[in-house]
Write a protein that binds this ligand. Structure first.
Ligand SMILES: [Zn+2]
Length: 144
């Protein structure tokens, strides 16, 4: 098993008015020379969760931090004019919380951060304060 101590949240940096499908994302990342989408999970505006790589596979989303992290991306992050904005839909917020609570079961010691919370990152990604928002998140309680 790969050691995971970070869960890193990203946005796709696409306009809220634009549709950016999992296939679009994959094509974009393949264009950069990645084998497939760099994130492990992608959450589209409709709240659908798409697995892009297995958790065991090292991601390509946060330089220097890929080896021991999980990368999650939500569709959006830019307003209609291209400015940074928290464009998450209620469905995306619900899907993010559900995914994070499930991941905390498997990786109880992992910290949840936004991409911009990492050192040397000059982007606004994911365009909201993920660290504060998910600080008190509790692992999903599994039925006995
Ligand atoms: Zn990012």
């Amino acid at each position: 098993m790969r050691r995971i101590d970070l869960i890193i949240i990203h946005c796709s940096a696409t306009k809220v008015t634009q549709d950016f499908s999992p296939e679009d994302l994959e094509a974009c990342h393949k264009g950069r020379g990645y084998k497939t989408t760099g994130y492990h999970y992608y959450i589209t505006k409709d709240g659908q969760l798409h697995q892009c790589r297995p958790e065991e596979m090292i991601g390509a989303h946060a330089r220097r931090y890929n080896a021991h992290s999980i990368g999650i991306c939500y569709e959006g992050g830019l307003d209609a004019n291209g400015g940074s904005a928290d464009t998450r839909t209620p469905a995306q917020k619900r899907a993010l919380i559900a995914l994070l609570r499930a991941l905390k079961v498997d990786y109880p010691d992992a910290r949840i951060l936004g991409h911009r919370d990492l050192p040397w990152v000059k982007k606004d990604c994911p365009c909201f304060d993920a660290r504060a928002e998910y600080l008190t998140l509790t692992p999903l309680k599994l039925e006995q």
